[in-house]
Design a protein around this ligand. Structure first.
Ligand code: FES
Length: 571
């Protein structure tokens, strides 16, 4: 419980060895910002604002911020905004995942170090929501997640366009020579035309739906488009909810429990959501000492239907999902499978929420549980001698004719090798081969980028080949699709079996059996291991955050969090 005596500016004083002096000095400096004495006595709701000129998805945050502040004032609190770093997905090198943990540390430490009684987390783009949830989980202060909301779609001729599934679709056509240079330039200007996160069920949308399912966002808010007036109303309500939690604190650990994570995995599977989300969920849960295993995900996947008909798997976009009923409609269909005694930041149980009038539901977008799009969940974890600790495949986005297949490996040893050779007309590859990318995992130089969507070699795409089995220790954008095996763990850079694959080896994929096998004898693999060397630059030869990352990042099945950010067991 929050101590009434230590609310607002009196919390967490700067240490000068004289408490009264600390209060006096802080009040004096706060007054310099124009606050009256009356206002400075109020409890404080911090607003973690991840606005950045390098984040197009958060472009509308200044307007959203004003609405959050209005809500906090309505609830009797003093809203004080503070900046954190932002992660604009396409503006970061080598990849945004590398900085998710940094943002989580920034968020956690600034929540803890500054005087606030509750916090609203303003995020949206792929890694920002997981980073904020991780930070809030560790800081353990009442917190409400407010997401940016999705972009609206645009048009190209008669076609609807939404980032970023259509980005990839048209790029594939351009590579195949079906779209001209002039056309692709025209399309480039129309793919992302409003504020907000990618318009399909990519990672940002998936994480927004997960935040609502976990109970960290207000009910009904995940899918509201960024530019809709309801988004501003959701911001105001989030500020009000955070202010209300000051006197009735609900801590992140009370909201994000083992049961709510199970609910979140169910929703992820029903959405046919992003593969990245499983890494993020594992990381957020890990901050609370809760384990999310791939075996558990498979167990839930067996009994969770795919219900949501959104790109990249289906036909529609996030704005359609919003008008079709959003997360609430999905939760209602999944009700018999969910833990209904979980609570949200409002204190309401999921069961109580689902008792309310569902409103209009468009079942063309959100299928009924008795007539699902697929009877089983959208993601599947694969195990075998190629991935002893697991790999992930988004079966809902894959070509079912490739699900049971043995093929010849065509190996690329790094992203640079892939870029140099994939379009070489002399590359020895056919559509029946299996493309393998090594050294693209969390500890590799590339930092586990969204490179698992290996491009189909030009000479094959020109012949009309649209999909092939592709295997790597990289990730894939939530907006991508294909028969793609990702997150192979342990990764090649630390000597996982993926590092030992050679051109011409046979690899066997079985989605039915949930296996991925390298058909090479143990003796031969042991022999190959003798000559294997890591090309990772050792942490001692690095500096700064890069060094910290190299030393501490965990494997994909552990959420790629830092080891030292896990909870410390109390003695
Ligand atoms: Fe921000 Fe896609 S680039 S969500």
């Amino acid at each position: 419980m929050t101590d009434k005596k230590e609310q607002g500016l009196a919390r967490g004083l700067t240490n000068y060895g004289d408490k009264d002096f600390s209060v006096y000095l802080r009040n004096s400096f706060a007054a310099s910002m124009g606050y009256s004495r009356e206002v400075l006595k109020k409890p404080i709701v911090g607003i973690a604002n991840s606005f950045s000129g390098f984040n197009n998805c958060h472009r509308h945050f200044p307007e959203l911020l004003e609405a959050v502040k209005r809500g906090v004032l309505l609830g009797g609190g003093l809203p004080i905004e503070f900046p954190t770093i932002s992660l604009g997905e396409v503006f970061l090198n080598p990849t945004s995942l590398k900085f998710r943990n940094l943002m989580s540390m920034d968020t956690e430490e600034m929540i803890r170090a500054q005087p606030m009684d509750a916090v609203v987390l303003m995020g949206g783009c792929d890694k920002t929501v997981p980073a904020q949830l991780m930070g809030a989980a560790s800081a353990e202060l009442p917190a409400v997640q407010l997401v940016a909301g999705p972009m609206m779609t645009s048009r190209y001729g008669e076609e609807r366009l939404g980032a970023c599934t259509d980005c990839r679709r048209f790029w594939g056509k351009y590579r195949a020579g079906e779209v001209s240079t002039e056309q692709i330039q025209d399309i480039e200007g129309r793919l992302a035309t409003t504020a907000g996160t990618c318009a399909v069920m990519g990672t940002a949308s998936t994480m927004a739906c997960i935040a609502e399912t976990l109970g960290m966002s207000l009910p009904g808010t995940a899918a509201i488009p960024a530019v809709h007036a309801d988004r501003l109303r959701a911001a105001e309500a989030s500020g009000l909810a955070a202010a209300r939690m000051i006197d009735n604190p609900i801590l992140p650990s009370q909201v994000m429990t083992e049961k709510s994570f199970e609910n979140a995995i169910r929703v992820l599977l029903a959405l046919g959501g992003s593969t990245n989300a499983i890494v993020h969920l594992t990381a957020v849960a890990g901050r609370l000492g809760i384990s999310v295993s791939l075996e558990k995900m498979n167990e839930l996947s067996n009994t969770t239907p795919v219900l949501v008909n959104l790109k990249p798997v289906g036909a529609h976009y996030m704005e359609d999902f919003f008008f079709a009923g959003g997360v609430g409609a999905v939760l209602r269909e999944l009700k018999p499978l969910l833990h209904l005694d979980t609570i949200s930041v409002t204190g309401e149980t999921l069961g109580d929420r689902l008792e309310q009038d569902p409103g209009y539901v468009d079942h063309r977008v959100i299928a009924k549980a008795e007539a699902p799009l697929e009877p089983q969940g959208g993601l599947v974890a694969l195990f075998g001698n190629l991935a002893p600790r697991g790999a992930i495949m988004k079966r809902s986005a894959a070509d079912v004719t490739l699900f049971e297949k043995t093929g010849r490996a065509v190996v690329f040893s790094s992203l640079a090798d892939l870029a140099a050779r994939v379009d070489d007309p002399d590359l020895d590859i056919t559509e029946d081969d299996i493309m393998v990318l090594q050294n693209a995992g969390p500890k590799s130089a590339s930092g586990m980028p969204e490179a698992g969507y290996l491009p189909i070699p030009k000479k094959l795409s020109a012949k009309g080949v649209k999909d092939m089995i592709r295997i790597s220790d990289a990730r894939m954008s939530g907006t991508a699709f294909g028969t793609i095996v990702l997150h192979v763990s342990p990764e090649a850079a630390v000597g996982g079996p993926l590092a030992l694959v050679r051109n011409g080896d046979q690899i066997k994929l079985s989605v039915e059996n949930k296996t991925i096998e390298l058909l090479v004898s143990d003796e031969e693999l042991a022999e190959r291991r003798k000559s294997w060397t890591s090309d990772i630059v050792p942490p001692a030869k690095r500096r700064g955050y890069d060094r910290l990352y190299a030393e501490e990042v965990t494997q994909a099945d552990e959420g790629c969090d830092f080891q030292f950010l896990q909870p410390v067991e109390e003695k």
